[in-house]
Design a binder for this molecule. Sequence first.
Ligand SMILES: *[C@@H]1O[C@H](CO)[C@@H](O)[C@H](O)[C@H]1NC(C)=O
Ligand SMILES: *[C@@H]1O[C@H](CO)[C@@H](O)[C@H](O)[C@H]1NC(C)=O
Ligand SMILES: *[C@@H]1O[C@H](CO)[C@@H](O)[C@H](O)[C@H]1NC(C)=O
Ligand SMILES: *[C@@H]1O[C@H](CO)[C@@H](O)[C@H](O)[C@H]1NC(C)=O
Ligand SMILES: *[C@@H]1O[C@H](CO)[C@@H](O)[C@H](O)[C@H]1NC(C)=O
Ligand SMILES: *[C@@H]1O[C@H](CO)[C@@H](O)[C@H](O)[C@H]1NC(C)=O
Ligand SMILES: *[C@@H]1O[C@H](CO)[C@@H](O)[C@H](O)[C@H]1NC(C)=O
Ligand SMILES: *[C@@H]1O[C@H](CO)[C@@H](O)[C@H](O)[C@H]1NC(C)=O
Ligand SMILES: *[C@@H]1O[C@H](CO)[C@@H](O)[C@H](O)[C@H]1NC(C)=O
Ligand SMILES: *[C@@H]1O[C@H](CO)[C@@H](O)[C@H](O)[C@H]1NC(C)=O
Ligand SMILES: *[C@@H]1O[C@H](CO)[C@@H](O)[C@H](O)[C@H]1NC(C)=O
Ligand SMILES: *[C@@H]1O[C@H](CO)[C@@H](O)[C@H](O)[C@H]1NC(C)=O
Length: 380
Amino acid sequence: MFSLLPIAALVAPALAQQNITYLTSLLGALNSAGLTSLATAAGQINSTATGQNVLEQLSKQTPFTVFAPNNNAFKGVPSNISSNVQLVSDIIAYHVLPGTFSTAATAPNTTVARTLLNDSSVTFLEGNKNQVVAWQNSTSGKVTILNQNTPVTVLNSTQVGNLTVLVVDGVIDLPGSLEAALTANNLTGLKTVLQTTGLLNPLSTIHGFTLFAPSDEALAAAQSQLTTLGSNATLITNLVDNHVINGSSVYSPEIAAAKGNFTSGAGEGISAVTNSSGTFLTSGNTTAKVTKPDIILYNGVVHIIDHVFLNTDSNAGAASSAFQSATSAAAQPSAATGAVGSPTGSGAGASGTAKSGASGLRVQAGAGAMALVASVFFAL
Ligand SMILES: *[C@@H]1O[C@H](CO)[C@@H](O)[C@H](O)[C@H]1NC(C)=O
Ligand SMILES: *[C@@H]1O[C@H](CO)[C@@H](O)[C@H](O)[C@H]1NC(C)=O
Ligand SMILES: *[C@@H]1O[C@H](CO)[C@@H](O)[C@H](O)[C@H]1NC(C)=O
Ligand SMILES: *[C@@H]1O[C@H](CO)[C@@H](O)[C@H](O)[C@H]1NC(C)=O
Ligand SMILES: *[C@@H]1O[C@H](CO)[C@@H](O)[C@H](O)[C@H]1NC(C)=O
Ligand SMILES: *[C@@H]1O[C@H](CO)[C@@H](O)[C@H](O)[C@H]1NC(C)=O
Ligand SMILES: *[C@@H]1O[C@H](CO)[C@@H](O)[C@H](O)[C@H]1NC(C)=O
Ligand SMILES: *[C@@H]1O[C@H](CO)[C@@H](O)[C@H](O)[C@H]1NC(C)=O
Ligand SMILES: *[C@@H]1O[C@H](CO)[C@@H](O)[C@H](O)[C@H]1NC(C)=O
Ligand SMILES: *[C@@H]1O[C@H](CO)[C@@H](O)[C@H](O)[C@H]1NC(C)=O
Ligand SMILES: *[C@@H]1O[C@H](CO)[C@@H](O)[C@H](O)[C@H]1NC(C)=O
Ligand SMILES: *[C@@H]1O[C@H](CO)[C@@H](O)[C@H](O)[C@H]1NC(C)=O
């Protein structure tokens, strides 16, 4: 027979930080607001370490914001998720943000904020940073959570003490994989290129990266230039790596705030300009516009661009030193209570120059695979 005592002893220190009086009143407030399904779910998460951490954080009664799915939203949750208390805990952690956020989106249009989600089985960001959530205020005036299979919109806002409750009409999906994001966003050409070069797997396992993802239309428009690369592995490798920042998840508000340049996985500069027409990135001789920002992944972020960076140059030394900077920046502890990219927010690149590069992210494929990539370019 196993004794339950050691488990209780392990759990006890976390529970000591919970204010049961306050948490009970909080659940009561959610129930009174008609958010009974959320209150029921929140009442279950105390059995996981993730859930205990959420309850402990809320017990501090400092300002928090919660995206609160209404009862109708919970009806759409499949039973294999609602019956999995670890997943329910992760989902609730992903809906809670340290700090006060009104629903107003900040410039440039997207707001990105850290959540309480840091379960390492579903979040693999640099420096074990907590996962972020992104939202926009659409032109119709609705505040919408980005990257959702079904749209999630803020319905209304109420204040419970220091807790800002933003009622939403859906349960926010946890960020998924690069492969799923490529499929969901019709990035079929890029998906094939990454698969063929062997880059899809490393990009799916590294902790923290940014991918500037050319749309299918962009790849098709660059077809003649791409086919001149033939099956030259060095050139194809450099071109693909020039679309990646390794070691840093750089969200659109950080790109807008950046005063310097970013360094690509191939060690080349990527300069960024944000103005009233949008965000523009330049690598080599190509300038591309960001057409869809902030596709959040469990281990990074993707921004869709409208041109391929036709840059086959590389600088191994710059790539390596940029990666070192990103790694040490990610290791800095941070207590974020504001939007990422804002003065009180956290994240590599939040305050000025964010540099990063690849180390160990080189394409390892042989000449055969490169011939395949060439044929992909040719088929576009
Ligand atoms: C628990 O929260 C209540 C309500 O805010 C507060 O009055 C009380 O002081 C808190 N207890 C502790 C131990 O912090
Ligand atoms: C806000 O949403 C809650 C939960 O759906 C609902 O009970 C409440 O009536 C709404 N308040 C307003 C002002 O619409
Ligand atoms: C969490 O679980 C512990 C042990 O079962 C219990 O003492 C505590 O009251 C629970 N907290 C909440 C918020 O239910
Ligand atoms: C709200 O948080 C502040 C600290 O940020 C604290 O001083 C204050 O007591 C809190 N208010 C409530 C109602 O808990
Ligand atoms: C839940 O079941 C659906 C199919 O009904 C499946 O696609 C999904 O991956 C499952 N989710 C989990 C977390 O097991
Ligand atoms: C969202 O933007 C519209 C204009 O596009 C503006 O009228 C509205 O006040 C904004 N809403 C919020 C909550 O920021
Ligand atoms: C998550 O964050 C809490 C503090 O907010 C920390 O105690 C806990 O160890 C973290 N969990 C992981 C898996 O990093
Ligand atoms: C992907 O393509 C399909 C078919 O053309 C289209 O219906 C869908 O809206 C596209 N999705 C995105 C995210 O562009
Ligand atoms: C690839 O291209 C580079 C630069 O043009 C050239 O130096 C190299 O010899 C080429 N490699 C092959 C295998 O053709
Ligand atoms: C950005 O990079 C470009 C080209 O590499 C360079 O000309 C420019 O001086 C750099 N700007 C900053 C601020 O580092
Ligand atoms: C912000 O939104 C406005 C209005 O929709 C748009 O004109 C502008 O280009 C956007 N800015 C950025 C940086 O995307
Ligand atoms: C940019 O264009 C110039 C002039 O055509 C050329 O010399 C240079 O190699 C190009 N740079 C890149 C990175 O392609």
